[in-house]
Write a protein of this length. Structure first.
Length: 94
């Protein structure tokens, strides 16, 4: 999961540095990035390799137990927090 986090934060930094858009749009893009990555990693590790790292089967609106709408909403909020933190860090480093 460290690798996934590094990919997400690197992508967020790239988006933040190269595109000007409102926070809600960046958070929406971040939510999609995290959800897609979570699905791909979940399919590989949980379904193919049978590692059973997480299982959203009991959550509403889930897909194969790997992603679900409630957690995607959480990723939206956390993406907004991450983009805000990146903005503040960039200001401090200038």
């Amino acid at each position: 999961m460290f690798f996934a986090g590094a990919v997400v934060l690197s992508t967020f930094y790239y988006i933040n540095s190269n595109f000007s858009m409102p926070l809600w749009q960046k958070a929406l893009i971040g939510m999609v990035i995290i959800t897609v990555l979570e699905f791909v990693i979940g399919v590989v590790f949980n379904l193919i390799l049978k590692e059973n790292v997480w299982n959203y089967s009991n959550m509403p609106l889930n897909i194969l137990g790997q992603i679900c709408v409630p957690f995607s909403a959480i990723w939206f909020v956390l993406s907004a927090v991450a983009f805000t933190a990146i903005d503040k860090a960039e200001l401090l480093l200038k």
